[in-house]
Ligand binder design. Structure first.
Ligand SMILES: [Zn+2]
Length: 190
């Protein structure tokens, strides 16, 4: 995995958090120390179960399912931008999928799954579906992902607040400046 690809992966997670209304707390590239930390980077996000004020169980489950999409968005961004196959056995997304299994363990219901156990075939079918959802999200936000990845390559670590400020800025529609109605009167003599 190249540095640029690692940056696209992490930016994919962070941008998905942003557009899904989830709270990213930090983004870090650890590609340069992958031998020590065994990870190319990481995004810390608010815990979907406890990190928000949910007014119903349904709202909490919805947040956990959105967080599952954000977990898949790293590989989905690599797929769309770098051409990496969108497959559940991708090693760089192993920890991301483990998070989804952890959400299920913590009570996230998997649509359509009535029996079986945590992490079984039904879970992996859900992960595959979620990966495809994340894949449809990426092209709409490809610009943000690329720009954030560039900043990450340069800075290595950004706080959630810094990420939000950058994305707010890039998302703001370009302001078109009206041409001046009248040229300012010249203060000339003659
Ligand atoms: Zn990831």
């Amino acid at each position: 995995m190249t540095l640029d690809q690692a940056a696209i992966h992490e930016a994919g997670h962070a941008v998905a958090d942003y557009v899904l209304g989830l709270r990213c707390e930090s983004v870090e590239l650890t590609h340069h120390e992958v031998e020590q930390v065994e990870d190319h980077g990481q995004v810390m996000s608010a815990n979907p179960q406890y990190g928000y004020k949910h007014d119903s169980k349904k709202a909490m489950n919805d947040t956990m399912r959105d967080a599952s999409i954000a977990c898949c968005a790293g590989l989905a961004a690599e797929h769309v931008i770098c051409g990496v196959p969108l497959e559940v056995d991708n090693l760089n997304a192993r920890a991301d999928f483990a998070n989804i299994i952890d959400f299920e363990l913590r009570g996230m219901p998997i649509p359509g799954k009535r029996r079986g156990c945590v992490g079984d075939e039904g879970t992996w079918n859900y992960i595959e579906k979620t990966l495809r959802k994340a894949r449809t999200l990426v092209p709409q936000h490809q610009d943000l992902i690329r720009k954030l990845a560039d900043v990450l390559v340069e800075r290595k670590k950004l706080s959630g607040e810094e990420v939000k400020l950058l994305l707010d800025e890039w998302r703001r529609p370009a302001v078109t400046t009206e041409p001046e109605a009248k040229p300012a009167p010249k203060n000339g003599k003659g």
